[in-house]
Design a binder for this molecule. Structure first.
Ligand code: MN
Length: 442
């Protein structure tokens, strides 16, 4: 997408921010708020190296600027002010911002210290408490929990500007997914090679990706967050790639699973993969405003249970597999999470999930304008299967089949979806129509 199309939506985004911040500040009893972009964090006190800056998300919600030491001052009734210091550092220089649309929308001042409204109650958001103290902000007004929670809630419903950024973040990630799929299908390469190919294709440096790429071949696909990439060319038949991209701070988070044909267990694995692909699409089609997200998660367990039965992995009815918690052994994570400025975005983990869903990160009531992932999985995780082997339910499992499928690791298919008035818009499938499947080999 042309950046100008996204930038044209930015003024309305800021106008909505100003309106909603005004309400939130009034409710919390503040006259204004200052949001700090952040201070670089040392990797260890024993060295002089710093982590790349992740700007405070509340700051990023207003402006896509990746620089430390910036301040945003929001004071109802006035134009929002951005204090953006000119860098005088001769060791490093921040990259120029991808978009400068904010120059025409915010009141931008190239000053290192913010001017705060005097005689008013000002809230502070930011990790660097010493800076807040230096500005004279009372300790009770620094990161006030109720105000932060209210501002988090604003992030769950996306504006047209944010939606355009998320669409573009999906398009960028799709280029990398396509390149990696092709390279894996065509020959032997290492997980590290595939990771580097993804970065090169999406023009991202490693710390710039929304989260560390998960590049897992073969058995490694059973490690949910596999990031210790193999250095040797892999002969594995399966690939799980969970990787995204950003656009002006907004993240995509996409997973695809592919398998080469002709291996000993590949036919059985492809049948399961096809089942997962059909099921993931059914789940996206069931996204409806007003329904609890956790209900959709529970439905995904009933459907994974049916896949385990149909594949002959568990010899029981789908109801029994679900009821006895056996699907939780093969699919231990949540169906998805909210997505936006953070890969695991805020505002949707509103209540504690039921005890059987300990890792579910979205417990909200599905609402129009929300963006979240739908990412069911099915894996052969040794450490989770071991207790099942010795439990009474273990008798229901075809362990020979589990052994045969384990070298292929597992399956995850993940899309980013926007809740609309009529259901869901699937950003990821618009650019990557397939969730995975059998690869045509060269
Ligand atoms: Mn995800």
């Amino acid at each position: 997408m042309d950046l100008a199309v996204i930038e044209a939506l930015y003024p309305d985004h800021v106008a909505r921010q100003e309106r909603l911040y005004t309400e939130a500040l009034r409710e919390a009893g503040f006259d204004a708020i200052v949001v700090h972009s952040g201070t670089p964090q040392k990797k260890t006190a024993a060295d002089d190296q710093y982590w790349p800056l992740r700007p405070t998300p509340f700051f990023h919600h207003w402006v896509a600027l990746y620089e430390p030491g910036c301040f945003l001052v929001v004071e109802p009734g006035t134009k929002t002010r951005l204090f953006w210091p000119e860098s005088r550092d001769f060791w490093e220089r921040p990259a120029p911002p991808e978009s400068t649309a904010f120059l025409g929308v915010l009141d931008v001042r190239r000053l290192a210290a913010p001017e705060l409204p005097s005689g008013k109650r000002v809230a502070w958001i930011g990790d660097d408490i010493a800076r807040a103290e230096a500005l004279g902000i009372a300790s009770a007004d620094r990161n006030p929990a109720k105000l932060l929670a209210a501002l988090d809630r604003l992030r769950t419903t996306k504006t047209p500007y944010e939606i355009a950024c998320l669409v573009e973040a999906n398009r960028r990630a799709a280029l990398g997914h396509e390149a990696v799929r092709r390279a894996f299908a065509e020959g032997d390469c290492s997980e590290l090679d595939l990771h580097l190919l993804y970065l090169r294709t999406t023009r991202q440096d490693d710390p710039e990706t929304p989260y560390k790429n998960i590049v897992a071949t073969g058995r490694n696909a059973s490690i949910l967050h596999h990031v210790s990439y193999g250095r040797d060319a892999t002969r594995a038949e399966s690939l799980l790639l969970d990787a995204g991209a950003t656009c002006l701070g907004y993240c995509s988070d996409i997973t695809r699973t592919w398998v080469k044909t002709g291996g000993a267990a590949s036919a059985a694995f492809i049948a399961i993969l096809d089942g997962m692909e059909a099921m993931q699409k059914r789940l996206v089609a069931r996204v409806t405003a007003g329904a609890p997200y956790e209900e959709l998660h529970d439905e995904s367990h009933r459907q994974v249970s049916a896949i385990l039965k149909d594949a002959g992995i568990v010899r029981a009815s789908a109801d029994e597999i679900d009821g006895k918690g056996i699907s939780r052994v093969f699919y231990p994570h949540g169906l998805g999470h909210s997505l936006g400025l953070q890969t695991h975005d805020v505002g949707c983990a509103v209540v504690t999930p039921k005890p059987e869903n300990p890792f579910l990160r979205n417990t909200s009531s599905i609402a129009e304008g929300q963006v979240f992932t739908i990412e069911p999985g099915l894996y052969f995780v040794d450490s989770l299967l071991a207790p099942l082997r010795h439990a009474p339910e273990g008798k229901l499992v075809d362990w020979n089949l589990v052994e045969a499928l384990s070298p292929l690791g597992g399956i995850r298919i993940e899309d980013d979806v926007l809740v609309t008035s009529s259901g869901a818009r699937n950003f990821s499938r618009e650019v990557l129509p397939l969730g995975g499947g059998a690869l045509d080999q060269a």
